[in-house]
Each structure stands twice: as C-alpha cells, then as structure tokens.
Design a protein around this ligand. Structure first.
Ligand code: UDP
Ligand code: MG
Length: 348
C-alpha cells in the first residue's frame, strides 16, 4: 500500500439538482486537498428526472477526474453504488451519499484510519439528525439485524466508508441481486474498523428513500443475511404441534369422562367450541405467516435464477476515453452495458 493512495469516490445521485452544485464544489475541494492523485470521482445518475444529469455532464466536461455513469431508469441506491464500483480505478474507494449527509471533508478522517493499515474503514453514525420516528425505526432495525445475521454487522454504520481496491472489486462482482452493500462489505472480512462521524442533515431537497424503498432495503438486509426467519417457522411450528397434542389429549379425556366428573365450567360451554375456534384461527395464522416468510426466500431464489442485471447503464460521460471507448474525443458515449449478471435474452 502506497502512502498516498489514489482515491476514487462513488456517489449515487437521484434527483439531487438542489444539492449537486454544492456537492461537486465540496467534493472536488476535498480531492484537491488530498495528497497524491489525480483522484477520481464517479457519479451514478440513477434515472433522475430533474436536471441532475445535465449538471453532472457539465462537471464531467470540465473536470478530468469526473466520470458520470447514467442508468437507463431508476434502479435504486444500492445498484447505483454497485455500478460505481465497476468504474472506480483508485487504490482506495470511498462510498458516499450524494446529499451531503456524509460530509466530504470527513473522507480525510476515514483516510487517516485507512492509512493505519485497515482494509475497510466505515463511518459509525453519532447523532442521527432525523425525525424521532425514523430514528426509532433505524434503532430497532440495526438491533434486530445484529441478532439475526450470521455475519456480524456493525451497528449504525451505513454506506459511507473507505475500502481498498480489492474489497471494492469483491463487492462489485458480488452477484447478489438484492444488494445490501454494508452487509457484504462486512461479510468479505479483512481488517475492518469504524470511526465515529457525525451525520449531517440533508443539505437540500427531500429524502429520495420513500418508506417503501427503506422497507425494501431493510428486508434485503434481513433476508439476504439470515435464515433465522425460516428456522422460526420450525420452532413455532413445533410449539404449535405440542399445544395441539395437549388439546387432543384434553378433548379425548373430556369425551370419555362422564359429565358429573368434569369440572363445572366444561358443562356450560358447548363442548369443544372454544378449543376449536382458538386452535383453528391460531394455526391458520401461524401457517399463513410462515407461508409469507417462505415466500420471501422463494421469491429471492426466483430473482437470482432469472439472472437479470441489477442495473442497466445508458451512457457514460468522461473526458477520459478510457471510460467512453466508442467516442474517444467526446464526453459522450451511448453504449449500454449491464451490471451484476447476464441479460436474459428472452427478457422483454
Ligand atoms: N438514491 C439513489 N436512488 C434512489 C434513492 C436514493 O441513487 O432510488 C441516492 C440519493 O440521491 C442519495 C442517496 O442515495 O445520494 C441516499 O438517499 P437519501 O438521502 O434520499 O436517503 P436517506 O439518507 O434519506 O435515507
Ligand atoms: Mg440522505
């Protein structure tokens, strides 16, 4: 490892036109201040509908260090990171959100620790400046996934991190269609550590993570890293069978015992009614619930088997012809490439 590694910064962008000018200014200033270089900046435009792509194209036309990868539609933040990883060529790669919640100046902090010989240094959030309810949800989620996951996943660490080139390339080839990068980053192993970094408020615009997208990220995290939900089915199923056996014994006993010998309460209710109602609704509920859990995994197997790419690149913009081989003199290329797997030819 050289003492001044070339840094590549990967940033996903989805409708961030309000933030971009400030983001580009601060990130390039950070890069300017870093020793070594020339460093690299990879933006992935995740199908923005606003002026984001125009702003990015303009920046790429001015600054050699900038590569802009533009998707054919919105694929989500995790695929956007994954795509960026295919274009980075630094010795160390930084993952950073594009809304300035991850302060670019802190890359320096991550880098210092990285230079101490760690392969991965991730930011641990202190002071999450989010609404109470969102903070509470995050708390529950991170605690839950720590308990459930077979891989130890550090708590309160998001995507903001620096990693060696080889770890970045490992994350890039990962064929997991339901990516949960911070999970895989931890799964690959090597020497890792966290540093505490204060997470800023989003500098402008609204969050691009709708509740639905956040829920998807959370379920991807849980179902891609744990089989415990499936094992719970076995556990609760076994308990239910036990209860059912007890009920059966009780019913048979009640059936063959003369009415006078039974406790009084049993003569008052229609025989078996309560037990049957409780048992049927309970077991039906348990079965449906775990049918859903099994369905989650089967669905994931289905998605993996289809082998569709997790993103499709429409265009790449860069002053360096290395990234835009079809148009060596221009900042424009329109080759479509796919990432994360082969395209199914029958796919419509
Ligand atoms: N993002 C993206 N595609 C999406 C949603 C978000 O590329 O479909 C980007 C977004 O532009 C930002 C980062 O992912 O750079 C984090 O999103 P956001 O700040 O909206 O999420 P939050 O911090 O609110 O969880
Ligand atoms: Mg954000």
């Amino acid at each position: 490892m050289t003492s001044h590694p070339k840094i590549s910064i990967a940033i996903p962008v989805y409708n961030e036109q309000e933030v971009l000018p400030e983001l580009i200014r601060r990130v390039t200033a950070t890069l300017d201040a870093l020793p070594g270089g020339p460093h690299q900046l990879v933006f992935v435009n995740d199908g923005s509908q606003d002026q984001s792509l125009e702003i990015l194209k303009e920046a790429a036309a001015k600054d050699e260090r900038i590569v802009v990868v533009s998707f054919s539609r919105n694929f989500g933040q995790q695929p956007a990171y994954a795509a960026a990883l295919e274009y980075v060529d630094g010795d160390a790669v930084v993952l950073m959100d594009g809304d300035l919640q991850d302060p670019p100046e802190q890359i320096q902090t991550l880098l210092e620790k990285y230079n101490d010989g760690y392969e991965v240094v991730y930011a641990v959030r202190v002071n999450r400046k989010e609404r109470l309810i969102k903070r509470a949800c995050y708390n529950v989620f991170y605690r839950m996934i720590q308990k459930l996951s077979a891989t130890p996943l550090p708590r309160d660490s998001g995507d903001f991190s620096i990693m060696s080139c080889r770890v970045a390339k490992l994350l890039a080839v990962d064929a997991d269609r339901h990516r949960y990068l911070r999970g895989i980053r931890s799964w690959v192993g090597f020497k890792q550590t966290g540093v505490k970094i204060e997470r800023e408020e989003r500098s402008a615009g609204a969050t691009k993570y709708t509740f639905k997208k956040l829920l998807k990220l959370a379920t991807d995290g849980i179902f891609s890293f744990s089989l415990i939900p499936l094992r719970l089915a076995t556990l609760i199923g076994s308990l239910s069978v036990l209860v059912a056996i007890l009920l059966a014994i009780f019913s048979v006993y009640a059936k063959f015992t003369p009415a006078e010998q039974l406790p009084e309460f049993m003569n008052e209710i229609p025989p078996g009614f309560t037990a049957i109602t409780v048992a049927i609704s309970f077991f039906a509920g348990v079965q449906l619930m775990f049918l859903g859990v099994v369905g989650e995994y089967v669905g994931r197997v289905f998605e993996e088997v289809k082998g569709r790419p997790s993103f499709i690149v429409d265009q790449v913009f860069s002053k360096q012809s290395k990234w835009t081989p079809n148009t060596p003199t221009n900042t424009d290329s329109s080759t479509s490439t796919t990432g994360g797997g082969k395209v199914d030819e029958r796919m419509s």
